[in-house]
Design a protein around this ligand. Structure first.
Ligand code: ADP
Ligand code: MG
Length: 256
Protein backbone atom coordinates (compact mmCIF):
# COMPACT_ATOMS: atom_id res chain seq x y z
CA UNK A 1 0.00 0.00 0.00
CA UNK A 2 1.31 3.44 -0.92
CA UNK A 3 1.48 6.36 1.48
CA UNK A 4 -0.90 9.28 0.92
CA UNK A 5 0.67 12.59 1.96
CA UNK A 6 -1.31 15.85 1.87
CA UNK A 7 0.63 19.09 1.46
CA UNK A 8 -1.47 21.62 3.28
CA UNK A 9 -1.31 25.02 4.99
CA UNK A 10 -3.47 27.47 6.85
CA UNK A 11 -2.54 30.53 4.83
CA UNK A 12 -2.65 30.66 1.04
CA UNK A 13 0.30 31.47 -1.21
CA UNK A 14 2.94 29.95 1.07
CA UNK A 15 4.25 27.41 -1.44
CA UNK A 16 2.05 24.31 -1.27
CA UNK A 17 1.84 23.78 -5.02
CA UNK A 18 5.54 24.58 -5.48
CA UNK A 19 6.38 22.06 -2.75
CA UNK A 20 4.01 19.38 -4.09
CA UNK A 21 5.37 19.64 -7.62
CA UNK A 22 9.02 19.66 -6.58
CA UNK A 23 8.69 16.91 -3.98
CA UNK A 24 6.81 14.81 -6.50
CA UNK A 25 9.37 15.47 -9.22
CA UNK A 26 12.24 14.82 -6.80
CA UNK A 27 10.77 11.54 -5.54
CA UNK A 28 10.33 10.47 -9.18
CA UNK A 29 13.92 11.51 -9.96
CA UNK A 30 15.11 9.43 -6.99
CA UNK A 31 13.34 6.38 -8.40
CA UNK A 32 10.15 6.51 -6.32
CA UNK A 33 6.79 5.51 -7.71
CA UNK A 34 4.67 8.64 -7.28
CA UNK A 35 1.35 10.19 -8.29
CA UNK A 36 0.76 13.93 -7.74
CA UNK A 37 -2.91 14.72 -7.17
CA UNK A 38 -4.40 18.18 -7.62
CA UNK A 39 -6.88 18.10 -4.75
CA UNK A 40 -7.27 21.89 -4.93
CA UNK A 41 -10.56 21.53 -6.76
CA UNK A 42 -11.70 25.15 -7.06
CA UNK A 43 -8.35 26.70 -7.97
CA UNK A 44 -6.23 23.88 -9.37
CA UNK A 45 -2.64 24.92 -10.10
CA UNK A 46 -0.63 21.77 -10.71
CA UNK A 47 -1.11 22.08 -14.48
CA UNK A 48 0.25 25.64 -14.37
CA UNK A 49 3.31 24.63 -12.37
CA UNK A 50 4.07 21.45 -14.31
CA UNK A 51 3.02 22.39 -17.82
CA UNK A 52 0.35 19.69 -17.96
CA UNK A 53 -1.99 20.03 -20.93
CA UNK A 54 -5.67 20.81 -20.40
CA UNK A 55 -7.03 17.32 -20.06
CA UNK A 56 -10.40 15.87 -21.07
CA UNK A 57 -10.75 13.66 -17.97
CA UNK A 58 -9.80 14.91 -14.52
CA UNK A 59 -10.18 14.23 -10.81
CA UNK A 60 -13.56 16.00 -11.00
CA UNK A 61 -14.84 13.24 -13.30
CA UNK A 62 -13.52 10.56 -10.97
CA UNK A 63 -15.16 12.21 -7.93
CA UNK A 64 -18.51 12.27 -9.68
CA UNK A 65 -18.16 8.65 -10.87
CA UNK A 66 -17.95 9.66 -14.54
CA UNK A 67 -14.52 8.15 -15.11
CA UNK A 68 -12.17 5.55 -13.69
CA UNK A 69 -9.05 6.72 -11.85
CA UNK A 70 -6.78 5.12 -14.44
CA UNK A 71 -8.40 7.28 -17.16
CA UNK A 72 -7.53 10.48 -15.30
CA UNK A 73 -3.83 9.80 -14.63
CA UNK A 74 -1.39 11.47 -17.03
CA UNK A 75 2.35 11.13 -17.32
CA UNK A 76 4.64 14.17 -17.37
CA UNK A 77 7.63 13.90 -19.72
CA UNK A 78 9.80 13.33 -16.62
CA UNK A 79 7.77 10.20 -15.84
CA UNK A 80 6.01 11.77 -12.84
CA UNK A 81 2.34 10.78 -12.85
CA UNK A 82 -0.30 13.46 -12.33
CA UNK A 83 -4.00 13.33 -11.51
CA UNK A 84 -5.15 16.86 -12.42
CA UNK A 85 -8.32 18.76 -11.52
CA UNK A 86 -10.51 20.57 -14.00
CA UNK A 87 -9.90 24.26 -14.69
CA UNK A 88 -13.42 24.61 -16.07
CA UNK A 89 -15.68 27.08 -14.23
CA UNK A 90 -18.67 24.89 -15.15
CA UNK A 91 -17.26 22.06 -13.03
CA UNK A 92 -17.11 24.29 -9.93
CA UNK A 93 -20.73 23.74 -8.94
CA UNK A 94 -20.29 20.00 -9.06
CA UNK A 95 -17.23 19.56 -6.86
CA UNK A 96 -17.37 16.76 -4.33
CA UNK A 97 -14.45 17.12 -1.89
CA UNK A 98 -16.06 14.68 0.55
CA UNK A 99 -15.31 11.95 -1.99
CA UNK A 100 -11.53 12.59 -2.00
CA UNK A 101 -10.81 9.95 0.73
CA UNK A 102 -12.48 7.22 -1.36
CA UNK A 103 -10.30 8.12 -4.33
CA UNK A 104 -7.05 8.35 -2.34
CA UNK A 105 -7.72 4.92 -0.86
CA UNK A 106 -7.85 3.48 -4.38
CA UNK A 107 -4.81 5.53 -5.44
CA UNK A 108 -2.75 4.05 -2.61
CA UNK A 109 -2.91 0.72 -4.47
CA UNK A 110 -1.42 2.28 -7.61
CA UNK A 111 1.83 3.91 -6.38
CA UNK A 112 4.18 4.05 -3.40
CA UNK A 113 3.68 7.78 -2.81
CA UNK A 114 0.53 9.79 -3.45
CA UNK A 115 1.07 13.51 -2.85
CA UNK A 116 -2.01 15.73 -2.62
CA UNK A 117 -1.81 19.45 -3.31
CA UNK A 118 -4.59 20.93 -1.24
CA UNK A 119 -6.50 24.18 -0.93
CA UNK A 120 -5.47 26.62 1.81
CA UNK A 121 -7.48 27.04 4.99
CA UNK A 122 -9.92 24.64 6.58
CA UNK A 123 -12.84 24.67 4.17
CA UNK A 124 -14.43 21.51 2.79
CA UNK A 125 -11.80 21.10 0.07
CA UNK A 126 -8.85 21.35 2.45
CA UNK A 127 -10.61 19.02 4.88
CA UNK A 128 -11.33 16.52 2.08
CA UNK A 129 -7.59 16.33 1.35
CA UNK A 130 -6.68 16.10 5.05
CA UNK A 131 -9.21 13.31 5.60
CA UNK A 132 -7.99 11.49 2.51
CA UNK A 133 -4.35 11.48 3.65
CA UNK A 134 -2.36 9.14 5.89
CA UNK A 135 0.10 11.88 6.78
CA UNK A 136 0.25 15.65 6.51
CA UNK A 137 3.05 18.02 5.66
CA UNK A 138 2.26 21.62 6.55
CA UNK A 139 3.85 24.44 4.56
CA UNK A 140 4.48 27.83 6.10
CA UNK A 141 6.59 30.93 5.58
CA UNK A 142 8.62 32.29 8.49
CA UNK A 143 6.01 34.95 9.27
CA UNK A 144 3.63 35.19 12.20
CA UNK A 145 0.28 35.07 10.26
CA UNK A 146 1.37 32.03 8.22
CA UNK A 147 2.71 30.23 11.30
CA UNK A 148 -0.45 31.02 13.31
CA UNK A 149 -2.61 29.63 10.50
CA UNK A 150 -0.34 26.57 10.25
CA UNK A 151 -0.94 25.97 13.95
CA UNK A 152 -4.71 25.99 13.37
CA UNK A 153 -4.34 23.38 10.64
CA UNK A 154 -2.15 21.25 12.93
CA UNK A 155 -4.74 21.41 15.72
CA UNK A 156 -7.60 20.41 13.40
CA UNK A 157 -5.51 17.59 11.94
CA UNK A 158 -4.73 16.33 15.45
CA UNK A 159 -8.45 16.31 16.27
CA UNK A 160 -8.95 14.18 13.16
CA UNK A 161 -6.20 11.82 14.40
CA UNK A 162 -4.02 12.48 11.38
CA UNK A 163 -0.29 11.96 11.61
CA UNK A 164 1.63 15.18 11.07
CA UNK A 165 4.93 14.37 9.43
CA UNK A 166 6.19 17.90 9.90
CA UNK A 167 6.56 21.35 8.48
CA UNK A 168 8.21 22.75 5.38
CA UNK A 169 9.51 26.22 6.08
CA UNK A 170 9.48 27.92 2.70
CA UNK A 171 10.83 31.21 1.34
CA UNK A 172 13.40 31.56 4.09
CA UNK A 173 15.66 34.59 3.55
CA UNK A 174 17.44 34.50 6.92
CA UNK A 175 16.50 38.13 7.55
CA UNK A 176 16.12 39.54 11.04
CA UNK A 177 12.53 40.48 10.20
CA UNK A 178 11.62 36.77 9.91
CA UNK A 179 10.44 34.59 12.76
CA UNK A 180 13.44 32.54 13.95
CA UNK A 181 13.26 28.81 13.21
CA UNK A 182 13.55 28.04 16.93
CA UNK A 183 10.40 30.10 17.68
CA UNK A 184 8.49 28.44 14.85
CA UNK A 185 9.47 25.01 16.16
CA UNK A 186 8.45 25.98 19.67
CA UNK A 187 5.10 27.33 18.50
CA UNK A 188 4.12 24.44 16.21
CA UNK A 189 5.56 21.58 18.28
CA UNK A 190 6.12 19.42 15.20
CA UNK A 191 9.39 18.61 13.39
CA UNK A 192 10.73 21.03 10.78
CA UNK A 193 11.25 18.63 7.87
CA UNK A 194 12.90 21.04 5.50
CA UNK A 195 13.94 24.63 5.05
CA UNK A 196 13.52 25.93 1.49
CA UNK A 197 15.27 29.21 0.78
CA UNK A 198 13.75 32.13 -1.10
CA UNK A 199 15.08 31.51 -4.60
CA UNK A 200 14.30 33.45 -7.80
CA UNK A 201 14.76 30.24 -9.76
CA UNK A 202 11.48 28.99 -8.29
CA UNK A 203 9.60 31.84 -9.98
CA UNK A 204 11.65 31.46 -13.17
CA UNK A 205 10.70 27.79 -13.29
CA UNK A 206 7.03 28.67 -12.79
CA UNK A 207 7.20 31.06 -15.77
CA UNK A 208 8.58 28.17 -17.82
CA UNK A 209 5.92 25.86 -16.36
CA UNK A 210 8.22 23.19 -15.01
CA UNK A 211 9.61 22.11 -11.66
CA UNK A 212 12.65 24.02 -10.42
CA UNK A 213 14.37 20.67 -9.77
CA UNK A 214 14.04 19.86 -13.50
CA UNK A 215 15.17 23.24 -14.84
CA UNK A 216 17.68 24.41 -12.22
CA UNK A 217 18.80 21.27 -10.37
CA UNK A 218 21.76 23.00 -8.77
CA UNK A 219 19.77 25.92 -7.36
CA UNK A 220 19.46 26.32 -3.61
CA UNK A 221 15.76 25.52 -3.66
CA UNK A 222 16.29 22.37 -5.77
CA UNK A 223 18.94 21.06 -3.43
CA UNK A 224 16.68 21.66 -0.46
CA UNK A 225 13.78 19.85 -2.19
CA UNK A 226 16.06 16.92 -3.12
CA UNK A 227 17.25 16.61 0.50
CA UNK A 228 13.69 16.75 1.75
CA UNK A 229 12.54 14.09 -0.70
CA UNK A 230 15.37 11.75 0.29
CA UNK A 231 14.32 12.22 3.88
CA UNK A 232 10.69 11.41 3.05
CA UNK A 233 11.83 8.32 1.17
CA UNK A 234 14.10 7.38 4.04
CA UNK A 235 17.29 7.36 2.02
CA UNK A 236 20.40 9.46 1.78
CA UNK A 237 20.57 11.77 -1.18
CA UNK A 238 23.82 11.00 -2.99
CA UNK A 239 23.31 13.82 -5.46
CA UNK A 240 24.10 16.63 -3.11
CA UNK A 241 27.54 18.00 -2.41
CA UNK A 242 29.23 17.56 0.96
CA UNK A 243 27.40 19.70 3.48
CA UNK A 244 29.03 23.00 4.39
CA UNK A 245 29.52 24.29 7.93
CA UNK A 246 26.06 25.84 8.37
CA UNK A 247 24.37 22.91 6.70
CA UNK A 248 26.18 20.53 9.08
CA UNK A 249 24.93 22.61 11.99
CA UNK A 250 21.41 22.46 10.56
CA UNK A 251 21.70 18.71 10.01
CA UNK A 252 22.81 18.29 13.62
CA UNK A 253 19.82 20.31 14.72
CA UNK A 254 17.60 18.01 12.69
CA UNK A 255 16.55 20.85 10.38
CA UNK A 256 17.70 19.45 7.02
P1 ADP B 1 0.31 27.98 -2.67
O1 ADP B 1 0.11 26.73 -3.47
O2 ADP B 1 0.52 27.70 -1.21
O3 ADP B 1 -0.80 28.97 -2.89
P2 ADP B 1 2.47 28.51 -4.54
O4 ADP B 1 3.28 27.27 -4.52
O5 ADP B 1 1.55 28.71 -5.71
O6 ADP B 1 1.66 28.69 -3.17
O7 ADP B 1 3.50 29.73 -4.43
C1 ADP B 1 3.07 31.07 -4.43
C2 ADP B 1 4.11 31.93 -5.13
O8 ADP B 1 5.31 31.94 -4.36
C3 ADP B 1 4.47 31.45 -6.53
O9 ADP B 1 4.59 32.56 -7.38
C4 ADP B 1 5.81 30.77 -6.34
O10 ADP B 1 6.63 30.85 -7.48
C5 ADP B 1 6.42 31.58 -5.19
N1 ADP B 1 7.34 30.78 -4.39
C6 ADP B 1 7.06 29.64 -3.71
N2 ADP B 1 8.15 29.16 -3.09
C7 ADP B 1 9.17 30.01 -3.38
C8 ADP B 1 10.57 30.07 -3.03
N3 ADP B 1 11.14 29.14 -2.26
N4 ADP B 1 11.30 31.11 -3.54
C9 ADP B 1 10.73 32.04 -4.31
N5 ADP B 1 9.44 32.05 -4.67
C10 ADP B 1 8.66 31.06 -4.21
MG1 MG C 1 -1.54 26.18 -4.67
Amino acid sequence: MGKVIAITSGKGGVGKTTSTVNLGAAINALGGDIIIVDANLTTPNIGLHLGAPIVPISLNHVLSNKAKISEAIYEHESGTKILPSSLSVKELKKIKPEKIPGVTKKLSKLADYIILDSAAGLGSEALGAIEGADELIIVTNPEMPAVTDALKTIKVAEELNKEIKGVILNRVRNKRSEMPISSIKEMLEVPILGVIPEDKRVQKALLKRDAVIHLYPKSKASRAYMNLSSKIMGKRNNNHEEPGFWQRIRLNLGLD
